[in-house]
Design a protein around this ligand. Structure first.
Ligand code: C2E
Ligand code: CA
Ligand code: CA
Length: 614
């Protein structure tokens, strides 16, 4: 259409230059009309997307061309001008929109030519008529072939486009899934790490500090074990949805995995007042949760890190927040602890201890001291508890509480426990045969079948029979994986060992455990002694505990007895066996012989002396 418009515009100018009179008037008018109409048609069709409109405009343009040729031939007939009609059929076929339009246009063109031939009765024009029909057929045939080829190209291009769209959609879904936690729909750990990197970039570019909070449900494992994984999953879902509401709109919430969640926020209110935000989280998330048939009470511990140092890495940021979380778990369960320099210092200290432990010579640096367990009634020593000591050339003397914590996290405990047990058994070699040696086992020891195997081997290789070796365990192991702990303890009991429950009275003190495990002794925690000798109720509590042990058919040992007054109070309520500084501080293995040789008084003596004093 555009080509026609341009062609007829040029033709109009050409007529002005070469024609005159009637011919100029007719041809000029016809060409100008064709030019204007075709131009308008082009301008109009550019905007419309309607097929039939295009078809109509194409047909109108074809008619204009026929009219132009017709006028040319009419004005001055020349048989060779009939060639225009033949050329027209080719043009119509080439630029046609539809077969209908092409056939109609060609029919009109050939009709016009036939009319001219018959009207002018020129014989030689018949040749042109035949040529015209031949060309018309050939043009339509070509059009048909081109059209099919074009349609195929369009179809395959469309298929390729569809496939690309589908691939892009799939990629989008996959990317979303790779970054989303399947259970809660929150961003997952991967996405969190990216967000953290972006936050650190923003911090270094604009000095925008942000907060990272890591939250962990307290006792989730217990809920999972007791109520089943489906219930656990439902709890995680509920916490996740509450978390999003509690954290506010502009805060990034994610599930790091398991029962751990992380929050990143640039909110000034959160950064400025961590304690208020911590309290807000606690208010919204802690409390009762309805889980189908069950209702559980839940608390969360958290670590809050204010990150304002652009030189920090994502791993360093997470490590600090997790350390604050670990600190909360250990010292302030159910609270969100803000990471401080003091905690950082402790962390550095732990790191140094960790490094020293990994590279140390366990045999040379670790040793055992013994603390006696004393029978107040008979005045005799029943045995000793083995307590580990570490004197490191690089970090100095480290307390057992600290190095066992580090050994558990660094995976060194599996090596350390057999070494310590061997030393404890070696120290006990010279004792009278009725004395026991008590050895502490960590949670990880009790939950490791390999360690239990090693313990069996170490005892078998020593000169001490299993009946004389007692293992002290704490409740924490039982809270984690009860059935595994029970199986391993049964194995130890099966070998002839005795099992004592240490630190009894702090923690959960679930009496159920006592019936389901091969425990023969309770060691009452030293916290019970705090006010003993000062407040009568304190002694009554110990009395109740001793009674409880009696009812359950268990021995009872009161730990941490430091004064004579405490010993007397215990004896007065039926307590027999004590351990603590009052009898002896932990002593070196060589000193045990001398300790055993010293004469010791029985309880009657003790009480008598007390009466005399009063
Ligand atoms: P525990 O088993 O409760 O050991 C008793 C702790 O109380 C010992 O601390 C002991 O020195 C201390 N103690 C004893 N009598 C008194 C007293 O009258 N007053 C006070 N204030 N404290 C007293 P220690 O030796 O620092 O051990 C701490 C903890 O380290 C132990 O607590 C035990 O859980 C762990 N532990 C020690 N040795 C081993 C071991 O060989 N293996 C394992 N797994 N843990 C060990
Ligand atoms: Ca102990
Ligand atoms: Ca204890």
């Amino acid at each position: 259409m555009a080509a026609s418009a341009i062609y007829y515009a040029i033709m109009t100018l050409a007529h002005l230059a070469y024609r005159g009179g009637v011919a100029l008037a007719f041809l000029g008018l016809a060409s100008a009309t064709a030019s204007v109409l075709a131009g308008f048609g082009y301008w109009h069709c550019r905007k419309i997307r309607d097929f039939s409109a295009l078809e109509t405009w194409g047909f109108v343009t074809n008619l204009l061309i026929v009219v132009n040729v017709w006028i040319t031939v009419e004005l001055a007939f020349d048989p060779y001008k009939l060639v225009y009609f033949i050329v027209m059929t080719m043009i119509f076929a080439a630029v046609g929109i539809s077969l209908r339009q092409i056939l109609l246009s060609i029919a009109i063109a050939l009709g016009a030519m036939a009319f001219q031939i018959f009207q002018k009765h020129q014989d030689q024009t018949f040749v042109l008529a035949f040529m015209a029909f031949g060309v018309a057929f050939a043009s339509i045939g070509l059009w048909w072939i081109f059209r099919r080829a074009m349609l195929q190209v369009i179809a395959s291009r469309r298929t390729a486009q569809d496939q690309q769209q589908k691939a892009e959609e799939l990629e989008r879904v996959a990317r979303r899934q790779a970054n989303t936690d399947g259970l809660t729909g929150l961003p997952n750990r991967l996405r969190l790490l990216r967000e953290l990197d972006e936050s650190l970039d923003r911090l270094s570019a604009h000095r925008d500090p942000f907060a990272l909070v890591i939250l962990n449900l307290d006792g989730f494992k217990n809920i999972n074990d007791n109520f089943g994984h489906m219930t656990g999953a439902s709890l995680i879902e509920q916490v996740a949805s509450k978390l999003e509401t509690a954290a506010g709109k502009d805060t990034f919430c994610s599930r790091m995995g398991g029962d751990e969640f992380a929050i990143i926020s640039f909110d000034k209110a959160i950064i400025g007042e961590p304690d208020r935000f911590a309290a807000q989280l606690k208010r919204s998330l802690a409390g009762r949760y309805e889980l189908g048939a069950y209702s559980v009470s839940l608390s969360l511990s958290g670590g809050f890190l204010l990150c304002a140092d652009p030189s920090m890495t994502a791993a360093g940021v997470i490590e600090r927040a997790e350390f604050a979380l670990a600190y909360a778990k250990k010292n302030l369960r159910g609270e969100v602890v803000v990471f401080t320099e003091q905690i950082a210092h402790e962390m550095e200290n732990l790191f140094n201890i960790d490094q020293a432990l990994r590279t140390c010579n366990l045999d040379e640096e670790f040793s055992i001291v013994f603390q006696p367990q004393h029978n107040l009634t008979t005045g005799r020593t029943l045995g000793f508890e083995a307590l580990a000591r570490w004197n490191s050339p690089s970090v100095g003397a480290v307390t057992p509480d600290l190095f066992f914590r580090v050994a558990e996290t660094s995976g060194m405990l599996g090596k350390l426990t057999p070494v310590l047990l061997r030393k404890a058994l070696a120290g006990a070699r010279w004792w009278p045969e009725d004395l026991t040696v008590s050895f502490n086992l960590s949670t990880q020891d009790i939950l490791s079948t390999a360690t239990i195997d090693r313990i069996g081997d170490v005892v078998a290789q020593s000169e001490i029979p299993p009946e004389r070796v007692e293992f002290e365990i704490t409740e924490t192991a039982l809270l984690h994986e009860f059935s595994l702990a029970r199986d391993n303890l049964n194995r130890l009991a099966g070998l002839g060992h005795r099992i004592a429950l240490d630190d009894f009275g702090v923690g959960y003190s679930n009496f159920n455990y006592l019936k389901r495990l091969p425990i023969t002794k309770l060691k009452l925690d030293r916290s019970f002694l705090e006010d003993v000798g000062e407040r009568p109720e304190a002694t009554e509590v110990i009395h109740a505990m001793i009674k409880l042990a009696e009812i359950l058919g268990l021995e009872a040992v009161v730990e941490g007895v430091e004064t004579e007054a405490q010993a007397c109070a215990i004896a007065s309520v039926g307590g027999n066996v004590i351990q603590g500084y009052f009898i002896s501080r932990p002593i070196e293995p060589e000193q045990t012989k001398r300790f055993l040789a010293e004469p010791r008084q029985g309880v009657s003596n003790l009480l008598f002396r007390r009466e005399v004093k009063e």
